[in-house]
Design a protein around this ligand. Sequence first.
Ligand code: PAF
Length: 283
Amino acid sequence: MTTNIKKVSNGNEMQTLSNSHIKNGKTISFVPTMGALHKGHLSLVQRACELADITVVSIFVNPTQFAPSEDFEKYTRDIEGDIEKLSEFDVNYIFCPEINGIYPEGFQTFVEVDKLQKPLCGASREGHFKGVATIVLKLLNIVKPSFAIFGEKDYQQLKIIQRMVLDLDLDVKIIGLPIFREPSGLAMSSRNQYLSQNEKKRASFIYKSLTKIKDDFSAGCADVKELVNNAKTFLSEAKINDIEYLEIRDPESLALKSVASKEDIAVIAVKINKTRLIDNIKF
Ligand code: PAF
């Protein structure tokens, strides 16, 4: 397929291109990704194209957000397939830097969003959000967008990035877009590719357990212990027992709740075989 998208792999070149667009009065929207693009990513790209004159999508599997035991090596890389998917949209640039372009010899500066990075995914994935915040800050400095778009599936990530932008006075609007789901309800994720058909079927109960929590809350149960225990029983009937967390939290501070209220969010991380999946639902 022919495409007008320009592929840029050098950070200085990307920054120069962005600077010249900004000088010419253009706005830039940006979708940072690690590639292996699915419909969820593409919904972010679609929105990005509507928002600004120039759209940049980055594809970079960021090593600093993976612990040594995680799937950095195994993570799907399909740059040609990704470019083909992006060619359906008005994307101007795909920025796919090399690792040593982003982290040159001697690299030693990291960003940490102190409190928000600790619970939930941060508790089991040590250093993960330090890696995420650092790469996102670097990418924002290179691409210089007015808008940067993220999926709400990675809800804690979104909150951390919003906080970083606020705390460090970054001149960019962070936009979170709703989770894109398979017809079964399973949240779209690049890691769904690791699942067999049977595992995918089981994984669809993750979202069902969240809707159960929401339904039980709407039916009048506000006791978090009860809401969570009932959802865990439901998951165990679907043979999902490897639950890393299933909690109800304040949507901004991510503080744990004991009595649920209608602004809250239920968040979950489970493992299906070796694949770690996350999801969430707002009340
Ligand atoms: O959500 C992701 O794909 C990644 O964490 C991100 C934001 C691109 C940073 O590497």
